[in-house]
Design a protein around this ligand. Structure first.
Ligand SMILES: [Ca+2]
Length: 317
């Protein structure tokens, strides 16, 4: 079971100052209950908050798709300095195969372009993330962690598996895994990225004594600057096909740190800081924080604005 403080939700945005320039690039949140009135999670498709968890797919229908997305965007790298973030995330979920001999399809954690949502025609093995047009393309700009309970012979290895995918429905790294062996069991998953080694690490555990029978970790070296946009959307996607299963998310913690070593050599930068203002920003929980507003001198655009990043809205293709 997840370990955490006894509160429903924590949202912290750390503000740091370096050489006189305030940086707003650290993100931390911990969600121990997914409530119906929370505004920090977007529920798409079938996904609904249910008794403190997220229930992803209706099991009285077939060919369903759903996503739960963190409402704010996450900084991954900075074009101006070239700096990459470190991040860790920990989540707990259940897959319930309901005693069926055939079940599917899978639950994923993903990092995708800002604004990304369920793609058209993406149920079943496409997971809400891919479709026949975009099964394997650098235009996907996605990293996906998948717990795949259905073998699609077109692109999967010949067994159920846990995988790390880069821009593709096929896994770049994978290891065998079986959903029905742990049907109804909570599994804790940890994903971390080290900006120095550029290694994405993944591990999972069903608890002491329950992890026999295979690897419980994967790693993949990847320069996220070559895959992802500077800021991303993070979340979960789940799908069923002709075969179904329940996907339930119980807990989610995320922490990222992007150090941008900018020098304040340009004196024209006019940052003003207001602290303690109760901001109506739609993605914050106003009961759990004091918000912070930066007002940037209009004579100097922010580094984000000047990044030259020609973001592609993947849903507008
Ligand atoms: Ca599959």
């Amino acid at each position: 079971m997840p370990m955490g403080p006894n509160y429903d939700e924590v949202v912290l945005t750390h503000v740091r100052f370096q050489a006189g320039v305030p940086l707003l690039n650290d993100v931390y949140f911990e969600i121990t209950r997914f409530d119906t009135d929370a505004t920090n999670i977007l529920y798409l498709g079938d996904a609904v908050p249910s008794v403190g968890t997220i229930e992803f797919n209706k099991v009285n229908y077939i060919t369903r798709v759903s996503q739960a997305i963190y409402a704010d965007t996450i900084p991954i790298w900075d074009r101006k300095s070239g700096k990459l973030t470190d991040f860790t995330t920990h989540f707990t979920f259940i897959i319930d195969t309901q005693g069926a001999s055939l079940y599917g399809h899978r639950l994923t954690f993903f990092l995708a372009p800002v604004g990304f949502q369920i793609r058209p025609n993406s149920a079943g093995g496409f997971l809400g993330l891919f479709n026949t047009t975009y099964t394997d393309s650098s235009r996907n700009q996605m990293i996906v962690i998948e717990f795949d309970s259905y073998v699609n012979v077109e692109w999967d290895p010949p067994f159920e598996h846990v995988g790390i995918n880069k821009n593709s429905i096929s896994s770049a790294r994978y290891t065998t895994w079986n959903a029905s062996l742990h049907s109804g069991d909570s599994v804790d998953v940890w994903v971390s990225y080290n900006s120095t080694s550029q290694i994405l690490n993944l591990s999972w555990s069903y608890g002491a004594g329950n992890d026999t029978g295979g690897n419980t970790s994967l790693s993949y070296q990847v320069d996220l600057r070559e895959v992802l946009q500077e800021r991303v959307t993070v979340g979960f996607s789940a799908a069923t096909g002709a075969n179904i299963e329940r996907h339930i998310l119980q807990y989610w913690e995320f922490n990222s740190t992007l150090n941008i070593a900018e020098k304040s050599d340009n004196k024209s930068i006019g940052w003003k800081l207001a602290v303690g203002v109760n901001c109506p920003c739609w993605y914050f929980n106003s009961s759990s924080y004091s918000s912070i507003i930066y007002i940037l001198d209009k004579t100097k655009k922010s580094s984000r604005d000047t990044s030259g990043d020609s973001r592609l809205d993947i849903n507008e293709r």
